[in-house]
Design a protein around this ligand. Structure first.
Ligand code: NAP
Length: 248
């Protein structure tokens, strides 16, 4: 039986590129999305063209009820759960902390921190061998921002990814003896639509040249790293925070 993965925020960007690669490796992929059904359907079609199976799953990772329903839908459709790519995340327009309102801060931490924790918790409940699971893998999608701090842009976002890093370190130790590997990737400047949602569509192109590798990264390059971490080729890797940032 092929393995099944839930990718949060699988409809676009890094999530979509990961879904496509996993489809080509024969995985069954749950493509979670927040609002953009058309993009999720496009991703699902790409997964199926690549040779995998796909299910689009609506849900806000910041909602506990949605998260439970997302995992239930995946397990009902594919009959198993082998991996979580904890990828859904948001930014907000560049700003100093002094100018950020409460609503922005709450939403940033609700989606990027609470959402990541809720999804990791559900994966832990369902995959841990001491809870009746068969073991598995979690890959958290953090950011190089967690060590750069993102001054004058998004210190809120950077802090939310710091929480994801720390959760990765703790959960790897908690779940290692229970059959689940937990790692994080920390992308740098990657060419996706997330920058437009922060009001700077050209951000990756403009700043990519300042990295040691002299260009922005692609979603596919991050996806290759995620897929490796999910694979048995990474069977002795857990608790790693893996930069995919062109040396930035
Ligand atoms: P993106 O192109 O903006 O895509 C975001 C994805 O997340 C979409 O599928 C979106 O769904 C989904 N999403 C947003 N809010 C959600 C919510 N509350 N619940 C469920 N899904 C939600 O972003 P990306 O660049 O691929 O980023 C993916 C991850 O990589 C994020 O965690 C981001 O912080 C991280 N990252 C990105 C970069 C970069 O330069 N691109 C760098 C470092 C880290 P809809 O399609 O329905 O809107």
């Amino acid at each position: 039986m092929t393995k099944a993965v839930l990718i949060t925020g699988g409809s676009r960007g890094i999530g979509r590129a990961t879904a496509r690669l996993l489809g080509a490796r024969g995985w069954s992929v749950g493509v979670n999305y927040a609002r953009n059904l058309a993009a999720a359907q496009d991703t699902a079609a790409e997964v199926e063209r690549a040779g995998g199976r796909a299910l689009t799953i609506a849900g806000d990772v910041a909602s506990e009820a949605d998260v439970l329903a997302m995992f239930d839908a995946l397990q009902q459709k594919f009959g198993r759960l082998d991996a979580l790519v904890n990828n859904a995340g948001i930014v907000a327009p560049s700003s100093q902390l002094a100018d950020m309102d409460l609503a922005r801060l709450k939403r940033m931490f609700d989606v990027n921190v609470l959402g990541a924790y809720l999804c990791a918790r559900e994966a832990a409940r369902r995959m841990s061998t001491d809870r009746g699971g068969a073991g598995g893998v979690i890959v958290n999608v953090s950011s190089a921002a967690s060590r750069l701090g993102s001054p004058n842009e998004y210190v809120d976002y950077a802090g939310s990814k710091g929480a994801v890093d720390t959760m990765t370190l703790g959960l790897a130790r908690e779940l290692g003896p229970r059959g689940v590997r937990v790692n994080a990737v920390r992308p740098g400047l990657i060419d996706t639509e997330i920058h437009a949602s922060g009001g700077k569509p050209e951000r990756a192109a403009q700043l990519g040249g300042t990295t040691p590798l002299g260009r922005p990264g692609t979603a596919g390059e991050v996806a290759e790293t995620i897929v490796w971490l999910l694979s048995d080729a990474a069977s002795y890797v857990t608790g790693a925070l893996l930069d995919v940032s062109g040396g930035r």
